[in-house]
Design a protein around this ligand. Structure first.
Ligand code: ATP
Ligand code: MG
Length: 631
């Protein structure tokens, strides 16, 4: 355990240092903590406001903090409109490639026309400021147009990831009481058409609030349309009503921008509410600083817009920052495991942002796939979603980044809106650590009373201050929001993240797992991430999950589930070898009682391991809410 934290730092190259936007982390961090409101006001000033704010932070009704109160802004005015007068106007905003290889691209000028036309269509359908429109689509440009069109006219969106079942979709439509649903005939996955409209139809049977459904033609399969309710997107976009001129609605900074559900890794998903003002400021600032965005960059966040990562770092922040955004609808290994690397080369991608689960999935196929491609355009690599195992970190750094590209490991949540703990390109790195707090944030690792635990010890991760990108509430459930995230530490006003972590002597933060998944063995507290990373560091292992199961004497024992690399045979000696390997990496206390070889792990659709499902299965208990479980 200890050696991991004392390992040599990985330093950025001179070139990265010379070109960095932020040159001195400590200095700016200190300033941002001592002058939090001034710091955020300065960042907010880089955006265009329709009316200036009166107050940066209103904390009169904790924990319902408000930011930039009295101010008027529209995030779309910043993501599109203000780019139309300068050089960015003719720059590419979006390059999209389908799984079949079709390419579509849109300049900021073209993006504005598409969004404005659709905004007018929505208005003609009676969509008003304050409505919540549900969007259920594959990763196609129209998904982005739909989100932006809603925001432009002051409606909030609720994007439901295109892989969800009709039950999950219906439940979210009901929660939002949406009148309008935007969907597509379908998408493709591994060359196979997916019939989204049929799923949407099933959901609508259970959704009495829906009056209008707009369908984008994408994969061309037969879609059942109901005459009063259903409209084709392309028909509407060609009507005279769909004029490419549409005013952007001035919004109060605190007006809702969207609701979005958490991944459902630890339980029933929570519908988080985000707003126009603070969210725009927070996402744009984090994106600009952690990815050192340069005017010529081609930036690719390979998540889905249906997750918070996509909302913040495919759609809103990069467009506010005037970047060129890459989008890809399809599987990372289709038709072959070099698909991503081929695209990095083809488009000259400079920044790639993805998840540990995707990396481990691609690592499995070996180095020869990326090595067939010229990846020298890459400058920065990002990671999000789960702790990145040091093994995957090194592969990303060496094989993908050629040892040249800093790994920006960003810790955050649907609730936080944007990255909370992350390095900057200049930060010396430790593989597996998300490093230090972003500006303005004070992170604590605390015990049950909210007191700081000593360096090196495991504790609960809290955020000690409000930040502009924070969710404002759980939609329709203020009480649950206050209780779940803010209730634990009395008048300390700490935000409880629900993760467990530790800080090392250099102030680097290590996420070690979900708070309620910490495994207590004979009085020791072990993190799932630690055990899983130890397993993944073995040359035959591709992915691993660890859980604790009750044991009469030891309190708990560790059970592990392992996916092997291609071509490795599962047998008893290997299971024993893996147990020994964990024991030698962490200590005998961490030695798994069982190693089971599996073909797949239960994961959320955003790719996170659902350890609660493994636990429930092992104990023969009810598996709980499975609405976000991947098939
Ligand atoms: P639910 O809250 O419904 O259980 P979830 O927490 O997985 O689902 P998200 O908001 O998508 O929903 O994920 C946030 C969580 O993902 C964090 O709390 C953390 O556990 C994990 N996470 C995200 N990024 C990182 C990272 N860079 N390092 C470690 N863990 C991360
Ligand atoms: Mg969560």
């Amino acid at each position: 355990m200890a050696d991991k934290q004392n390992m040599a730092l990985v330093h950025p190259s001179q070139e990265i240092l010379d070109n960095a936007l932020v040159k001195n982390y400590d200095e700016l961090y200190q300033y941002s903590i001592e002058n939090r409101e001034a710091f955020w006001a300065e960042q907010a000033e880089t955006l265009r406001w329709i009316k200036p704010w009166d107050k940066v932070l209103d904390n009169s009704n904790k924990p319902f903090y408000k930011w930039f109160t009295g101010g008027e802004i529209n995030i779309v005015d910043n993501a599109i409109d203000r780019h139309l007068t300068g050089e960015t106007r003719n720059k590419l905003a979006i390059i999209w490639e389908s799984e079949a290889g079709q390419v579509r691209s849109f300049s900021y000028y073209a993006l504005n026309r598409e969004v404005s036309q659709f905004a007018n269509v929505l208005k003609s359908m009676g969509v008003q400021k304050g409505d919540i429109v549900t969007i259920y689509m594959p990763q196609i440009p129209e998904l982005v147009f739909a989100m932006l069109a809603c925001a432009k006219i002051g409606a909030a969106h609720s994007v439901v990831y295109g892989g969800f079942s009709y039950e999950a979709l219906a439940a979210r439509i009901e929660d939002a009481e949406s009148r309008v649903l935007i969907t597509a005939d379908g998408g493709f996955r591994r060359g196979k058409p997916i019939d989204l409209k049929a799923i949407a139809n099933e959901a609508m049977k259970r959704s009495p609030t829906i009056e209008v459904c707009i369908t984008v033609r994408n994969n061309g399969i037969d879609a059942e349309m109901e005459s009063e309710r259903d409209f084709w997107y392309h028909d509407l976009q060609s009507l005279p009503i769909a004029s490419p001129k549409c005013p952007t609605e001035p919004m109060d900074a605190e007006d809702p921008l969207f609701i979005l559900y958490t991944s459902g890794t630890t339980g029933k998903p929570k519908g988080m509410l985000h707003t126009h003002g603070g969210y725009a400021v927070y996402t744009a600032t984090t994106h600009r600083m952690m990815f050192d965005i340069k005017p010529g960059d081609r930036y690719w966040c390979a998540a889905d817009p249906g997750w918070i990562t996509g909302h913040s770092y495919i759609v809103y922040a990069p467009l506010i920052n005037g970047a060129t955004v890459m989008m890809y609808e399809g599987a990372p290994n289709y038709p072959y495991p070099n698909r991503w690397w081929q695209m990095v080369e083809k488009y000259g991608i400079n920044i790639l942002y993805t998840s540990p689960t995707a990396l481990r999935g691609l690592m499995r196929f070996g180095d020869r796939w990326p090595q067939r491609h010229d990846l020298s355009s890459l400058r920065l690599l990002g990671s999000v979603g789960e702790p990145i195992n040091p093994e995957a970190w090194r592969w990303y750094h060496e094989v993908i980044g050629g040892g040249r590209c800093p790994i920006i490991d960003t810790w955050w949540q649907t609730e936080t809106g944007g990255a909370m703990i992350c390095p900057l390109p200049i930060t010396p790195l430790k593989p597996g650590s998300a490093t230090k707090p972003f500006f303005g944030n004070e992170i604590g690792i605390v015990d049950d009373e909210g007191n700081e635990v000593p360096a090196g010890e495991e504790g609960k991760l809290v955020i000690k201050n409000p930040w502009p990108g924070m969710a404002r509430t759980i939609y329709k459930d203020d009480a649950r929001y206050a209780e779940l995230y803010w209730g634990d530490y009395g008048d300390k006003d700490y935000y409880k993240a629900g993760d467990s972590a530790k800080v090392d002597e250099d102030g680097y933060l290590w996420i070690i797992g979900r708070m309620d998944e910490v495994i207590k063995v004979s009085g020791y507290r072990l993190g799932t991430a630690e055990i899983e990373s130890a397993l993944v560091s073995h040359h035959s292992v591709s992915e691993a999950a660890a859980i604790g199961l009750p044991h009469e004497i030891k309190g708990n024992v560790i059970h592990t589930y392992v996916i092997l690399k291609e071509g490795v045979t599962a047998d008893k000696p290997l299971a024993q070898e893996l147990k020994e390997h964990v024991a030698s990496e962490i200590g005998r206390i961490a030695m798994p009682e069982e190693v089971s070889f599996v073909e797949a792990l239960p994961k959320t659709r955003s790719g996170k391991i659902m350890r609660r499902v493994l636990r429930a299965r092992a104990l023969g208990q009810d598996e709980g809410d499975l609405s976000t479980l991947e098939e």
